[in-house]
Design a protein around this ligand. Structure first.
Ligand code: DON
Length: 570
């Protein structure tokens, strides 16, 4: 499917011109008229992301000699401009990389709790959780990690940051036209933007936004230029840091100069596990996916799910019970490993998965009252994009502001939205976060701690070469969507396109319900209800981007049908 967006008045339908000596890489496509493409096939490289202009940015960088890491950096920066609901420099994320030389690595640039944050900071005098504070406005923001993450990735890139950031600067400075859904989303949050900002941001428009309107973000362009000129210090120190701290002081925020200056991304050992003949490479904690994905894949590995058939009631029931067990363990055991001893090895082991499935009963609804976390001795907004280049480098990136447009607070004069990631901590034991996830001590707030995440950027290797690059946004549904996408391809032999677009379902232990997408088959819902399940219809689940590399070297990039997501290849 192709959808064309263009401005409604005869604006410059020209490519951006050079803007001076620094603009080595100018935007090579038309940001006033562009096309959404759901499937792209090529043999040199591919990008699938939440926005056509971001995917095009990545492809152009590869065409100019950049590798997949260069393309990922440029795509991520472009998303920070053209996809403000989730693309960001004021949030954080995870990047999983497979280098052509065979090395796997991950970069953790998850936000951190500020130094003056404390365990009960979102409780009122009576001890009640105040989720309006952990979810909106200045106090909801963790110390942003995205820019540190980009610079950490840069060591594996081949082009200078000045070249990789230039398209984002131009998109911010000269503008791009809005898609219908971006205009609608911006209109939906106008009251919140007015309420949670001390300086009116460019996203506020009294007359309302419509498809084809041009969004220009000069303050953001200036921030990006400071990053281009001063590197990490262009964000974590100097003018940008001053603008962030001033913004904090104008309201109830607590991020300080020291918090910003001390922020560091971390290269972490990837989670690598075998699934039949494949190797799966994914993100470790603070991504819960690094524990839950191996757990769920190990639980399904010995089950005859293929025989049951895709989305047969029996297959969905089995996968639901697997998801229930994984999420019960998430609530009890998972948090930042730098702060808490998490039994990662045990939870991710095949033996534990087999043990966990011993009480599984086919065709009968389990219960989250009786299925608790395993016994181990105690010792909507995010965005994903996938990139692959012809040399065999693969990059899987999920970044987030947490909720759609994060805290809704834009740093005055700096033009970027701050995250509301503090809500991903367990602000009070048992109190559900924005995505209904519950937790306890292990994910409680502490100064400098990273909050638990569901983001699961993943690469599947076949014969030690990239086969799939996968990931999605969607809060707690991220891990179950990645699980289902892998099962669809590895077990049901589905095409990448079907694996992404077929209806998804989700169970997260609590609430004890199976959530299904609107197009999930009615007959299967009824069969599940007869088994004793509560089945609840909800909105679309995730925006999954998959790149599949076939044995003949052809590269297939798929963008989820559920959004403006767009795939490019060449
Ligand atoms: O890190 C997490 O798990 C959440 N902050 C992700 C939020 C998300 O995916 C929202 N997207 N729809």
């Amino acid at each position: 499917m192709k959808t064309v967006f263009s401005c409604t008045f005869p604006l410059v339908i020209l490519l951006y011109a050079c803007t001076g000596p620094r603009s080595a890489a100018t935007v090579q496509f038309n940001p006033y008229e562009y096309t959404i493409q759901k499937k792209a096939t090529g043999s040199n490289g591919a990008v699938s992301s939440a926005h056509p202009l971001a995917s095009e940015t990545g492809i152009n960088i590869m065409k100019q000699g950049g590798n997949a890491i260069d393309a990922a950096i440029a795509t991520q920066l472009a998303l920070a401009v053209v996809y403000p609901s989730a693309g960001n420099i004021g949030g954080g994320g995870f990047t999983v990389i497979h280098l052509a030389n065979g090395k796997n690595l991950t970069i953790d640039y998850r936000e951190k709790a500020p130094a003056t944050a404390h365990r009960d900071m979102y409780l009122d005098a009576a001890g009640n959780a105040q989720t309006q504070l952990s979810q909106n406005g200045h106090l909801a923001a963790g110390v942003p990690g995205a820019v540190a993450g980009l610079f950490s990735c840069l060591q594996y890139a081949s082009l200078p940051i000045s070249k990789l950031i230039q398209p984002a600067i131009e998109l911010a400075e000269k503008g791009f036209v809005l898609t219908e859904s971006e205009a609608r989303h911006l209109n939906n949050i106008q009251p919140a933007l007015i309420k949670y900002n001390t300086v009116t941001p460019v996203f506020v428009k009294a007359a309302g936004w419509k498809k084809g309107d041009t969004l220009v973000q000069q303050d953001l362009a200036n921030t990006l230029k400071r990053i281009r000129d001063k590197g990490m210090a262009g964000f974590y120190e100097g003018e940008t840091a001053r603008l962030i701290v001033d913004e904090m002081k104008r309201a109830n925020g607590i991020i300080s100069y020291e918090d910003l200056k001390n922020y560091q991304a971390k290269e972490r050992e990837p989670v690598v596990f075998d699934y039949k003949t494949y190797k799966v490479v994914t993100m470790p904690l603070p991504s819960s996916g690094g524990v839950l994905l191996p757990m769920m894949m190990h639980m399904i590995e010995d089950q005859p799910v293929k025989q049951y058939g895709f989305q047969s009631a029996r297959a969905v029931q089995l996968m639901t019970e697997i998801e229930r067990r994984a999420y019960a363990d998430r609530a009890k055991f998972l948090g930042d490993v730098d702060f808490y001893k998490v039994p990662v090895k045990k939870l991710s082991s095949k033996e534990y998965a087999v043990e966990r499935m011993k009480d599984y009963k086919a065709e009968t609804a389990g219960s989250s009252k009786t299925t608790q976390a395993g016994l181990i001795p105690e010792s909507e907004e995010t965005t994903h994009f996938s990139v692959y280049d012809k040399s065999g480098n693969a990059v899987s990136v999920t970044t987030t502001l947490n909720g759609s447009y994060g805290s809704r607070t834009v740093v005055g004069g700096a033009g970027f939205l701050l995250n509301n990631e503090m809500d991903d901590f367990s602000i009070k034991p048992g109190v559900p976060n924005l995505y209904g996830a519950v937790g306890g001590d292990v994910n409680a707030i502490a100064p400098g701690k990273r909050m638990l995440s569901s983001m699961t950027p993943t690469i599947v290797l076949k014969d030690n070469k990239p086969f799939l690059v996968v990931g999605t946004p969607g809060g707690t549904t991220i891990t179950t969507s990645v699980f289902q996408t892998l099962v669809n391809i590895l077990e049901f032999d589905m095409s990448a396109e079907d694996a992404v677009n077929k209806p998804k379902f989700h169970h997260q232990w609590l609430p004890d319900e199976i959530f299904v997408e609107p197009d999930f088959p009615q007959a299967v819902r009824q069969q599940l209800q007869q088994m004793g399940y509560k089945v609840t219809q909800r909105g679309p689940i995730g925006l999954t981007e998959v790149i599949r590399i076939n044995a003949n070297g052809s590269i297939e990039a798929i963008a989820d049908k559920r959004g403006d997501d767009s795939a490019n290849s060449y």
